[in-house]
Design a protein around this ligand. Sequence first.
Ligand code: XLS
Ligand code: CA
Ligand code: CA
Length: 437
Amino acid sequence: MAIFENIPQIKYEGADSKNPFAFKFYDAEKVVMGKKMKDYLPFAMAWWHNLGAAGTDMFGRDTADKSFGAEKGTMEHAKTKVDAGFEFMQKLGIEYFCFHDVDLVPEADDINITNARLDEISDYILAKMKETGIKCLWGTANMFSNPRFMNGAGSTNSADVFCFAAAQIKKALDLTVKFGGKGYVFWGGREGYETLLNTDVKFEQENIARLMHLAVDYGRKIGFTGDFYIEPKPKEPMKHQYDFDAATAIGFLRQYGLDRDFKLNIEANHATLAGHTFQHELRVSAINGMLGSIDANQGDCLLGWDTDEFPFDVYEATMCMYEVIKAGGLTGGFNFDAKNRRSSNTYEEMFEGYILGMDTFALGLIKAAKLIEDGRIDEFVKEKYSSFDTELGKKIREGNTTLEELAGHAAELKSIDTPMSGKQEKLEGILNQIMFG
Ligand code: XLS
Ligand code: CA
Ligand code: CA
């Protein structure tokens, strides 16, 4: 029996449609810049928010009913979540999902019992995957909720807890491989510190890297051929998290020789928490060959925390897709790490959130393609650096000069032109023209 029985199959109806259960912009089969929309935008459902989060916040209990007709905390509930999740993805045409180990089953005190539950549920999920063609984008282990991880997982001061983290990663990797997942994520939720008075940063970072190396060794041994990802976030829950932003995470990966196996999973809301734009984080990742996957959501700049809202900012989605197209697409996908607001507590709103997010990224793709095809932005950027196309400029770029030679050139100049204008307002006008013209 259907769980979302009142919700129809969500289809593309076009920009004039007033049907809340239809896409206005996401047209899966439409070709944009040589690729189908659905291939540019491999969307994924986040198990934890969509099937788990029910509105609890620091000041109040659940507002939404995510029991799906079963008693929470039971294996029956774990199964109805699977049923709900696959029905949900099928109705929206979403082809991927992402999960943490503890999203799938209730965690027991004894890890052997938890693992047996994971074996049972993963058989059930695998059967549904075969039946529907839905795939796994990435898996991860939740190494931040349980009190054992209060001082971190890889960065913990307890060798036993470090082993527990290893055990969870091992199992989550087993599941990711069982599902044929494309990626495996490390989000360092508690890998950071509150005060340096009690923290050995070097020790902790070395241990995190050690754990990641162990994960890579094991993953490759059991046939995981996908990418490992770090998902940067500057703070929350810790005051200072080690994976602050893309640049920091890339430096860490290179420092510890992990850069061949890892890429980044960039979350929009984490970028803004780090004081960057989403586009900045994508650009830094892309130019370093590290753009792997995206957690598609949006924060609220008036709030200083991770609100995980469904993305509706079309400017931000456009600049994201501009980076993605230029990077030649993603090897990962677009995971909606987003949840309904606490007062949006109905099944209908679960769908409306995803329709909003998918339409926003479809619009972003359409506008970004237009921006690239228009060419004025790219032409301007090329022109801006054109003084390096001269013989001298080329020498500098190619590393064929010396400081003395350059100083000699400067000494011969009678006057120096101010560099070419940045033309920011003009370019912003072009962007608006593309957005609304
Ligand atoms: C939390 C993170 C988390 C990761 C997966 O802020 O976004 O949900 O995506 O552990
Ligand atoms: Ca995330
Ligand atoms: Ca987040």
